[in-house]
Ligand binder design. Structure first.
Ligand code: B12
Length: 141
């Protein structure tokens, strides 16, 4: 499966992004890594261009909380992304916050999988489980 990944907004924390790239490849995904400082439009443009199945966004400085609000409306402007699996993780708020508050907020933004301060391997296991639970796509013409 194809994954577009990167770090959203004006966020320059790059270490997790490199690890995510390596870990996804080790698990057999085809990775298109947009790196740090990536804007939402760039993510969706890359998804369309590559035909990606999954969009995996990181936020480490917490500013995704602001960007997240725009995700639903922006995604709706692109056609054919209904089956796109949307995942976000890292530090999903500025300062401290509880996952009990943060996770529903991001689900409401349109993300299927929300990993606030969850380690990468656990998150990627969650992704694998989620993919397995998806109904098989019809190949009938
Ligand atoms: C190194 C660092 C920096 C370096 C970054 C260098 C670089 N180019 O990468 C420098 C000094 C430049 C920096 C700057 C800033 N930083 Co800084 N930084 C850190 C620090 C110390 C380590 C980050 C790191 O590399 N960790 C190692 C990686 C492997 O771990 P990780 O990032 O946590 O990622 C793991 C998980 O989060 C997870 N993960 C990440 N993404 C995803 C996605 C999914 C889907 C999943 C499942 C998992 C997942 O997997 C990774 C591996 O397990 C952290 C504190 C800390 N100890 O974590 C602060 C920290 C991230 N920084 C912070 C802040 C505030 C800033 C600044 C705003 C400071 C400032 N006032 O200028 C700026 C931001 C600049 C910007 N535009 O983004 C805060 C963020 C707080 C928040 N969210 O509320 C932190 C948490 C420090 C703190 N406790 O306050 N920083």
């Amino acid at each position: 499966m194809k994954v577009v990944t990167g770090v959203v907004g004006n966020d320059i924390h790059v270490v997790a992004n490199r690890l995510i790239d390596l870990s996804l490849k080790a698990r057999g995904y085809e990775v298109f890594n947009l790196g740090v400082n990536t804007y939402l439009e760039e993510f969706f443009d890359a998804v369309v261009e590559t035909g990606a199945d999954i969009l995996l966004i990181s936020s480490l400085n917490g500013e995704a909380e602001g960007w997240g609000r725009e995700v639903k409306a922006l995604k709706a402007e692109y056609k054919g992304l209904d089956d796109l699996i949307m995942m976000i993780g890292g530090n999903l708020t500025v300062g401290t916050g509880s996952a009990d508050d943060i996770v529903p907020k991001y689900k409401n933004y349109g993300f299927d999988l929300v990993c606030h301060q969850i380690d990468l391997n656990t998150g990627l296991d969650m992704l694998a489980d989620f993919i397995q639970q998806q109904p098989a796509k019809s190949t009938a013409l």
